[in-house]
Design a protein around this ligand. Structure first.
Ligand SMILES: [Zn+2]
Length: 167
């Protein structure tokens, strides 16, 4: 599953990338660019704009209208509506800033000048974005990342129960 995300949902774009999903996002995209990109690249459009969602449907673009407000609820909503798997693994993450593929660094001395000394001394595994060059490592913020994804998974379970059709 690949995505294009509307300008109001930058947080969703970052989280999809962290979870490893190929996600286009730019604050300068207008409705027309979003729709034409979705058509040209076969990406699923994610939006919270009802008007844009209606236009997408009319143009036969696969689109999801997000109605939740917190990031945990939004990820859960995507999971329910698209069957999106909520899981996170630093080895398959994409760069949250630019969507670039991350490459694991085998010799950490390569990144010595590009990370804070404490991080350099504490961690052995680093990842470099093959597009923008940003360096990442599995620091303490990963506890928070895992927690958010876990909460989202729980919420998705709840939502699935609520959405189950009644007889
Ligand atoms: Zn990058």
């Amino acid at each position: 599953m690949r995505f294009i995300v509307d300008t109001m949902l930058g947080d969703v774009a970052r989280w999809l990338r962290i979870m490893g999903y190929d996600t286009r996002y730019s604050r300068s995209y207008g409705d027309r660019e979003l729709l034409s990109e979705a058509i040209l690249t076969g990406r699923i459009l994610i939006t919270r704009d009802r008007g844009l969602h209606a236009k997408a449907r009319k143009a036969s673009v696969r689109a999801v209208l997000l109605e939740s407000t917190t990031i945990e609820e939004r990820l859960a909503e995507l999971s329910v509506k698209l069957g999106l798997e909520l899981r996170v693994d630093p080895n398959t993450s994409r760069c949250p800033e630019c969507n670039g593929v991350l490459e694991r660094v085998n010799d950490k001395s390569i990144v010595r000048d590009r990370v804070p000394p404490l991080a350099y001394n504490t961690y052995d595994v680093f990842y470099v974005c093959t597009v923008c060059g940003r360096v990442y490592w599995e620091g303490s913020h990963w506890d928070n990342i895992r927690r958010v994804v876990e909460i989202s998974r729980g919420l998705a379970e709840e939502m699935r129960k609520a959405y189950r059709p009644r007889r």
